[in-house]
Ligand binder design. Structure first.
Ligand SMILES: *[C@@H]1O[C@H](CO)[C@@H](O)[C@H](O)[C@H]1NC(C)=O
Ligand SMILES: *[C@@H]1O[C@H](CO)[C@@H](O)[C@H](O)[C@H]1NC(C)=O
Ligand SMILES: *[C@@H]1O[C@H](CO)[C@@H](O)[C@H](O)[C@H]1NC(C)=O
Ligand SMILES: *[C@@H]1O[C@H](CO)[C@@H](O)[C@H](O)[C@H]1NC(C)=O
Ligand SMILES: *[C@@H]1O[C@H](CO)[C@@H](O)[C@H](O)[C@H]1NC(C)=O
Length: 430
């Protein structure tokens, strides 16, 4: 008798019935006999509707080389548990929190992801339960998702990645997915990163089929649309390539005074080709190895061609000039005509009159005893005069060729710079 009273006292001491909160009382009532592995429907034939919506998303990285997108996101799952409800006016609470372990939860997975780091351990997660049986679960994590990428328009590309989420083991007759409306831009919790702008997320319901057992699974597809910010690539790759090409073309086709300088130019061209190849390598390394080169790669390739053809022309001009010099080509009339029409009229008149100027003298004039001396002197003078005239002719020939090739260089310079500008314009406008 005495022992029993003490036992009661001890029980009362440790467990005061008034200290039980409403939630605790509710939890005890609700979870009595509850089986967490049974789908919470009264009738086995009932379909449980699972509403999956996306509450936030941040694009962390988008790797075109690996064709993956890493994002952090919160999904809200909502469904009706037909076993968990209470009389609102009796308990006077609308929502209670329960450990996710205590109730049935759908085994939802992001099936397009290859890696998933949840922020909260499964054992630490809670669900919210409303008096009418509505269960709300938040599913937050960092997901590495596969994403088919199309980089043809790089650096002006847009990507869209499919994020599929749904119950893993329940077929459509057991759990049917629904979702919310599509998510437009300018949403607070939907963000891109420094390289990618968030555009929108289209939502849709889809089904996947297992042929072997005729099972159909329901899932929700979120189509993530992002757009690349091209500024970085424009400043780091496009503009430097353009400037290098411009400088190289100036180097290749600047009027030069002698042969050695022309040879220097070919070296310059080769160096430029090398540096363009390095830039092309940078572009190639950050792209998936698809059959098509992206737009920026095509641009750099086009610039390489411009420089290569420039070098080729430079070499041709160099060899022609060299031949004209060593083989003492006489400038043909059409070259003289070109020069005359391009501002060298004065130069031509002066030199041509000097070359064609004929000195006539009368040998018969020399008579007397010193006649042969005078004759010798006169012969010597004549040969000196002839020599000087020959020199004049050489100088004229050389200067004419230099002037002609200068004009050719200038013409090629303009043609190539225009070509370079057009190639760049084409890319920038695209
Ligand atoms: C809910 O509780 C109130 C007060 O206890 C009671 O009057 C009412 O009948 C109950 N409603 C249901 C549906 O049980
Ligand atoms: C229900 O709760 C509200 C505040 O949560 C309180 O003001 C109200 O008096 C409560 N009603 C009953 C019947 O306990
Ligand atoms: C699913 O939940 C979202 C957010 O709570 C809501 O906007 C949407 O209307 C719900 N969808 C359905 C079909 O009930
Ligand atoms: C996404 O939604 C927008 C607006 O309704 C629509 O214009 C676009 O075609 C949709 N995209 C896809 C891939 O369904
Ligand atoms: C699946 O369905 C098809 C056509 O409805 C049927 O021919 C086939 O036997 C079914 N297979 C199984 C395993 O039930």
């Amino acid at each position: 008798m005495f022992n029993f009273s003490i036992f009661i006292l001890i029980i009362l001491f440790f467990k005061n019935p008034n200290a039980i909160t409403v939630s605790e009382k509710l939890k005890n009532v609700l979870l009595e006999g509850y089986d967490t592995s049974i789908r919470p429907v009264m009738n086995e034939k009932d379909v449980l509707t699972l509403n999956i919506s996306m509450n936030s998303l941040t694009v962390l990285t988008l790797d075109p080389d690996q064709e993956t997108v890493v994002f952090s996101s919160e999904f809200i799952l909502q469904w009706q548990d037909q076993f968990l409800f209470w009389n609102m006016s009796e308990y006077n609470v609308t929502w209670i929190k329960l450990k996710a372990d205590f109730v049935w939860t759908p085994d939802t997975v992001v099936s397009t992801s290859i890696e998933n780091t949840p922020l909260i351990e499964a054992s630490d997660r809670y669900i919210n339960l409303r008096y009418d049986g509505t269960v709300r679960q938040s599913y937050y994590g960092v997901f590495t998702n596969l994403c088919d990428m199309n980089v043809d328009k790089f650096p002006y590309d847009k990507q869209n990645c499919k994020i599929a989420i749904g119950p893993w083991s329940y077929i459509i007759q057991e759990v049917q997915c629904v979702t919310g409306p599509e998510i437009g831009p300018d949403q607070n919790y939907f963000l891109g990163n420094s390289e990618w702008d968030f555009l929108r997320i289209n939502t849709s319901i889809a089904q996947s089929f297992d042929k072997d057992v005729n099972f159909t699974y329901s899932e929700v597809h979120f189509q993530l649309h992002v757009k690349r910010r091209p500024q970085f690539y424009i400043w780091v790759l496009l503009i430097p390539t353009y400037i290098i090409t411009v400088i190289c073309l100036f180097g290749l086709f600047t009027p030069t005074f002698n042969q050695g300088m022309r040879e220097e130019r070919v070296n310059l061209g080769i160096t430029t080709l090398l540096s363009s190849a390095v830039i092309l390598q940078i572009v190639a390394s950050s792209m998936p190895k698809t059959s098509e080169l992206p737009l920026l790669g095509n641009f750099i390739l086009a610039e390489i061609f411009v420089v290569a053809i420039g070098v080729l022309f430079s070499v041709i001009v160099l060899s022609l000039h060299h031949r004209a010099h060593t083989r003492e080509w006489k400038p043909p009339n059409w070259i003289l005509a070109i020069l005359r029409f391009t501002g060298s009229r004065k130069f031509l008149t002066k030199h041509i009159s000097r070359i064609s100027h004929k000195t006539t003298y009368d040998r018969a004039r020399f008579t007397g005893e010193n006649a042969h001396l005078v004759q010798n002197l006169d012969d010597a003078l004549t040969s000196v005069r002839d020599f000087i005239k020959e020199e004049d002719r050489d100088l004229f020939r050389e200067l004419t060729w230099i002037k002609f090739f200068d004009r050719l260089d200038f013409l090629l310079l303009i043609i190539f710079q225009v070509g370079n500008a057009l190639v760049t314009m084409f890319l920038v406008i695209n």
